[in-house]
Write a protein that binds this ligand. Structure first.
Ligand SMILES: [Zn+2]
Length: 80
């Protein structure tokens, strides 16, 4: 599927959990919660590439062991 941030071809990782997990050649490895993913799709919204990548970069410094999860508390990353 396409990257939810930059729309490039990305690999969707299989997961049993309620999130979408993607590995994009440009944005890296990240997750979007199922709730937030559904909301974005319903509203036909997309992420601000610059804001989302900056946020992901910060999260990776905070938790180096796990892929960052974008959830509904990160609505600032969505373009209006
Ligand atoms: Zn991307």
């Amino acid at each position: 599927m396409n990257c939810l941030i930059c729309n490039a071809g990305a690999e969707r990782l299989q997961t049993m959990s309620d999130w979408v997990e993607l590995r994009c050649p440009d944005c890296g490895h990240y997750r979007v919660s199922g709730t937030f993913f559904a909301e974005i799709k319903a509203k036909n919204q997309s992420f601000s590439v610059e804001k989302a990548r900056t946020w992901l970069e910060q999260q990776r410094h905070i938790d180096v062991n796990d892929a960052p999860m974008i959830d509904t508390s990160e609505r600032d990353l969505v373009m209006c």
